[in-house]
Design a protein around this ligand. Structure first.
Ligand code: SF4
Length: 478
């Protein structure tokens, strides 16, 4: 009995392994195809049950090879259905795989290294020394273990898939283990085997700039960049790799990422760390970046307005609003409740909609705000004094848009998000967040009670369905 696992061999390597047992090239290729199908379509764990292979051949395979996956050390299931497996490849070589079920997908978070050489300040793995890179077999093995444990092979009664998406976001920096990650993902994407589309796979990097182009060319999956900060000083501290490959270089590599402008998507990850990157400067830079992206890539680009995006440093007020001509504001209080770039895009897209539809002009006229105050705000070059903001916010919070204005802005917001390739479903979550934040008291202006929140969420869903009649496509910015 051998302990040589065939899991993780490429198809040519598998064929070569069979030739090494004495088979001629042609029969070796045929047998390799059959083994490949048993292994990666049906999830076979031993050769004995491979009914279309001759018994002596199965016995020979049994003697020489195994189909072993990494050993499961512990398995945990949390209340929301998330499953976490601690796996062991060899003594002291332990790593985690996590499955996150959602309504319309199941995402498997896969590790690429045991430990890590980078020391991102928010990451537990960063505190562990690098033990070693995982092999292609150990990376593919994580997908096999998840499918075993979730009863997710082709023979599954209802024919549906549980693991629909993969993110290389577990332990380690995948681009520091490039060859094995590439080889493993090629097996995962093979249409005659595990068969996951490249559009459903995302590789997360802390910003290994020199490897990003190769990742695009040789693997071709979506990319997630752990940005976490938009100033050098802060990113140097949170993601120390930034000292080697700075933000400008990183953003250039993103712009150059092969296929970035069509099917392949790049997303940026951003965690808010209290007292580190949640300063007004950081928040401002993020809001500006997302707002400008929305304008540049949507119908707003053709409008005559001069959009600008600002954060009001008020952690207690949950609000966002637009002024005539383009200045858009979001409070720190609302910003902190948002969990993704797409949710922020939802808030800003909605406000851009108000500007385009000229709602704010009518509303401000109704409130008879003085031209002097408005002039000061619009002409001001970015930073607004607390007193000015106080007056305007005070005035605006006490106003609410009419039903039709809100619905029109929701629809425009969804269109703007879609055109800028943000997932418009994030807008539904924004509604939930704001409903919760209002806690039954006076609703924030952005979340006007007229129409009722549930109806508005329903209208948003209907608008999304209208825009995407055959379902929201994969790969939009989250
Ligand atoms: S690169 Fe990834 S695993 Fe390594 S320390 Fe940073 S976040 Fe953690």
């Amino acid at each position: 009995m051998s302990d040589f696992s065939l899991i993780g061999l490429s198809f040519p390597e598998l064929t070569a392994a069979l030739e090494a047992t004495g088979l001629e090239p042609k029969p070796a290729r045929m047998r390799a195809r059959q083994l490949w199908n048993w292994t990666y379509v049906h999830g076979a764990r031993e050769f004995a049950g491979m009914s279309n292979l001759a018994k002596p051949f199965r016995a020979e395979m049994e003697r020489r090879f195994t189909l072993a996956r990494p050993e499961v050390v512990t398995a945990q299931t949390s209340e929301d259905g998330t499953r976490k497996w601690l796996l062991r490849a060899a003594p002291g070589v332990e790593f985690e795989t996590v499955f996150i079920p959602e309504e319309d997908r199941g995402t498997l978070c896969v590790s690429s290294q045991v430990g890590c050489t980078l020391n991102c300040s928010f990451c537990h793995t960063g505190t562990q020394r690098l033990v070693r890179n995982l092999t292609a077999g150990e990376i593919v093995g994580q997908v096999m273990v998840a499918r075993d444990r979730l009863n997710d092979w082709a023979d599954r009664e209802d024919g549906t898939r549980r693991v629909t998406n993969i993110v290389m976001m577990g332990m380690g920096e995948p681009l520091y283990n490039f060859d094995n990650v590439r080889d493993a993902l090629k097996i995962v994407m093979d249409g005659d085997g595990l068969g996951l589309s490249r559009r459903r796979i995302t590789l997360s990097t802390s910003g290994v700039v020199p490897m990003m182009a190769r990742a695009g060319e040789e693997i071709g999956v979506n990319l997630a960049v752990s940005l976490h900060a938009v100033t050098k000083e802060v990113r140097d501290e949170i993601v120390p790799l930034n000292r080697k490959y700075g933000i400008e270089e990183l953003l250039q590599a993103c712009a150059d990422y092969p296929g970035a402008n069509n099917a392949r998507r790049i997303t940026f990850e951003y965690v808010m760390l209290k007292g580190v990157n949640d300063s007004p400067a950081e928040a401002r830079a993020l809001v500006k970046q997302v707002g400008e992206k929305l304008v540049a890539e949507s119908l707003a680009a053709k409008s005559p307005y001069k959009f600008s995006f600002h954060v009001l440093g008020d952690p207690r007020t949950v609000n966002a609003f637009a002024l005539p001509g383009g200045p858009i504001f979001i409070t720190e209080g609302l910003l902190r409740l948002l969990k993704s770039e797409a949710e922020l895009a939802g808030v800003l897209g909605h406000e851009i909609g108000h500007v385009i539809a000229r709602h704010s002009s009518e509303r401000l006229a109704k409130q008879q705000l003085t031209q002097g105050l408005l002039g000061a705000l619009v002409v001001g070059s970015g930073d607004y004094s607390t007193a000015q903001i106080g007056q305007v916010v005070g005035g605006i919070i006490n106003m609410s848009y009419g039903r039709d204005d809100e619905l029109e802005s929701d629809a425009l917001g969804i269109r703007i998000m879609a055109e800028a390739r943000y997932d418009p479903r994030a807008m539904i979550r924004v509604m939930e967040v704001l409903a919760k934040a209002s806690g039954g008291s006076k609703q924030p202006e952005f979340f006007s009670t007229h129409p009722a929140p549930e109806n508005r969420a329903e209208r948003i869903k209907a608008e999304i369905a209208k825009r995407f009649p055959s379902g929201v496509p994969e790969g939009l910015r989250k």
